[in-house]
Write a protein that binds this ligand. Structure first.
Ligand code: ADP
Ligand code: MG
Length: 296
């Protein structure tokens, strides 16, 4: 199967002006994203995550390198406007600030906005908006004012907009960063459902290691390049590499790693706290057994 996104050696610099020097934000980034996959992108501030997201959404064009979206090379000298337009429809983005996502005063009008721009017939838009609102659990808010919604609800409305447009790939650029823990959980649940049930390819840029642990794959960016790329188990299984880049690992992984140093053997990839707690209890029991004489 064709990857939904293929990037080959992408570079990008922000041009400077009289007061600022040019900034090299990406230097030779290559990867393939299989359609239907769920990839988390980690990296500290300034590592190039948002710049990469903007290239993948065609907000900016790379300075060099090649980029394919759904099999069409949009960086090809032969690519015409319709190729770029199709690619732009396939890949959408949800940003960090819930207040910047909303363009209409009524929820269902906001969800319909993108479809209206695509010139989709009104009856079809109606159907898509209803389905999209149901998918994010916001049906009862269809006629409500958008300004009254919580941050998590606003992000769900923004996601409904991308569902209504039938996006094949959605990039979430720290879309949970400004939410409270409950809003974050709500939005993460919807993102996972979008991926699992609708087959939408998800790229999740996040600072939350427990969110990244839910992905099939983690790409770690550092200084404009890919630093690590693998399953959560591979990436977090090497906490020293993450720490060397100034990044965290999930708390369960850190605990397991430090227990390991004290001779208590717990897998590093039990990201669920309950599963980790059980493994710790089992490991401690195992460790006690030989000397405990079977009393406990
Ligand atoms: P991240 O999303 O990982 O925090 P960014 O992609 O936003 O990183 O930034 C990568 C680099 O590009 C940083 O050095 C940042 O300062 C610089 N940068 C980002 N946006 C701009 C801009 N609009 N103009 C100039 N430099 C920028
Ligand atoms: Mg960013």
């Amino acid at each position: 199967m064709n990857p939904i996104i293929k990037a080959e050696n992408l570079t990008f610099s922000y041009p400077g002006d009289e007061e600022t020097k040019p900034v090299r934000a990406l230097c030779g980034v290559s990867f393939e994203i299989p359609e239907g996959s769920f990839t988390a992108v980690l990296g500290h501030n300034g590592s190039g995550k948002s710049t990469l997201a903007k290239l993948l959404c065609m907000v900016n064009l790379p300075d060099s390198g090649r980029l394919w979206v759904a099999g069409r090379e949009i960086t090809s000298p032969d690519a015409d406007e319709s190729d770029v337009l199709k690619a732009r429809r396939d890949v959408g983005m949800v940003f960090q600030n819930p207040d910047n996502q909303i363009v209409a005063t009524i929820v269902e009008e906001d969800v319909a906005f993108g479809c209206e721009n695509l010139g989709i017939p009104p009856a079809e838009i109606r159907r898509r908006v209803d389905d999209a609102l149901a998918a994010v659990g916001m049906t009862e808010y269809a006629r409500k004012q958008t300004y009254n919604l919580s941050g998590g609800q606003k992000q769900r409305v923004a996601i409904a907009g991308t569902i209504a447009m039938n996006r094949r790939c959605v990039i979430f650029d720290e879309s949970t960063a400004m939410l409270d823990p409950m809003g974050r959980r709500e939005v993460m649940e919807i993102i996972r459902k979008l991926n699992r049930e609708q087959g939408v390819t998800v790229l999740l840029i996040t600072h939350h290691m427990n969110e990244a642990a839910l992905a099939d794959r983690i790409i770690v960016m550092n200084e404009g390049a890919i630093y690590l790329d693998g399953s959560p188990r591979d990436v977090f299984g090497n906490p020293a590499a993450m720490w060397a880049a100034g990044l965290d690992v999930p708390q369960t992984t850190e605990l397991a790693y430090k227990l390991g140093k004290h001779g208590v053997d717990v897998p590093l990839d039990l990201f669920d706290p309950d599963a980790c707690a059980k493994a710790v209890a089992d490991a401690v029991r195992r460790k006690r057994k030989p000397t405990g004489g079977g009393k406990s």
